[in-house]
Design a protein around this ligand. Structure first.
Ligand code: UDP
Ligand code: MG
Length: 329
């Protein structure tokens, strides 16, 4: 982008909000705070840390509350149960007050040391700064390959361009955050939503680190569901695929019928019955169930959206003291 396109958005330095979802991350609380503090204080930023406790079952909450009591810049949003990372992040974005908001993983896979580079781009006038992983050192070869395949498929299928190897780690300026908050969907495929809002976007590259402590709560089944979530949230191509599949099969059936009739009339071959019949019936049954399943995926999502349930529920909020503050929704 030419420099003339960019309008510096801020004259004052501005407040930076770091939003972190925590799900059983007790071992990472202190380290995260220390490393963030070191980086941001060195850079002379004014910042706040919005911690969302997403139904942790270890002592993550106790540690976060202790942290909030020590450091008034830390706020703790305790959700009523585990709502999942995407909902926790949504809660964090709602509660963040900064002029720029940076979502970060609690496990330090997104190194806080990269934040000054994000902020620098923002001060240049970009409204969104994506952090793209240079390497996936922390991930095994299978995860790398599946991630690569996922981005290829979803970008083919959807109109929104979802940048590859970009997690939730990025900087969003206040206008971008407000835009994101206007998206009402219950099922939140964050990567897609981030991309959907657009805005002037810059990209920086960083090395993704291995997890600092604890274990990931993701497994391949969850990742698979996550991929389906992404595709159904951002593309209706699978529905169209069902029509094309049906159409192709009808043509094949027509050709097969013609061949059978031709064989019978011209060569007097007996019509082969049972095996071909069974194959056709099973095949068609399979295809029909598949199409029905695809429709079901979309219908289920429609049903969930129509219920209009809140994305998350807050049990308590702690700000700068060890007593919970009144919850505002
Ligand atoms: N997380 C969450 N709720 C969940 C699962 C995960 O808030 O139900 C948080 C987790 O604490 C971490 C971030 O989401 O801060 C990323 O999770 P994880 O490291 O397990 O995922 P990965 O890095 O393997 O994609
Ligand atoms: Mg992680």
């Amino acid at each position: 982008m030419a420099a003339a396109d960019r309008v510096p958005v801020l004259t004052s330095p501005g407040l930076v909000s770091i939003v972190v979802p925590f799900h059983n991350e007790a071992a990472n609380v202190t380290v995260l705070h220390e490393r963030l503090g070191a980086v941001l204080d060195d850079a002379g930023e004014s910042w706040e840390l919005v911690c969302v406790n997403d139904g942790s079952r270890d002592d993550t909450l106790a540690r976060l509350v202790a942290l909030a009591a020590r450091d008034p810049r830390v706020r703790v949003i305790d959700l009523s149960r585990n709502f999942g990372k995407e909902a926790a992040l949504t809660a964090g974005l709602d509660f963040a007050r900064g002029d720029a908001v940076i979502p970060l993983d609690a496990d330090l896979q997104d190194p806080p040391e990269v934040i000054p580079a994000l902020i620098a781009k923002w001060r240049e006038g970009y409204e969104v700064v994506n952090a793209v992983r240079k390497s996936r050192e922390g991930d095994g070869p299978v995860k790398r390959a599946t991630a690569h395949a996922f981005y290829r498929v979803i970008n083919r299928m959807s109109q929104v361009d979802i940048p590859a190897d970009t997690g939730d780690f990025r900087l969003m300026s206040r206008p971008a955050v407000e835009a994101l908050r206007r998206l009402p969907e219950r099922r939140r495929f964050m990567k897609g939503l981030f991309a959907w809002v657009g805005f002037r976007t810059a990209t920086i590259f960083y090395d993704r680190a291995p997890r600092h402590a604890g274990t990931t709560t993701w497994n391949y089944w969850k990742l698979w569901n996550f991929a389906i979530e992404g595709i159904t949230s951002f593309s209706s191509a699978p529905l169209r695929l069902a029509s094309y599949l049906g159409f192709s099969i009808s043509i094949l059936a027509f050709i097969y019928a013609a061949i059978t009739i031709f064989n019978k009339l011209v060569y007097g071959n007996p019509v082969k019955g049972y095996p071909s019949l069974l194959v056709a019936v099973l095949f068609l049954g399979g295809v029909q169930l598949l199409a029905l399943g695809v429709i079901g995926e979309y219908l289920g999502r429609l049903y969930e959206e129509s219920k209009q349930r809140p994305i998350y529920l807050v049990r308590a909020v702690w700000e700068g003291q060890d007593q919970p503050a009144p919850v505002r929704h």
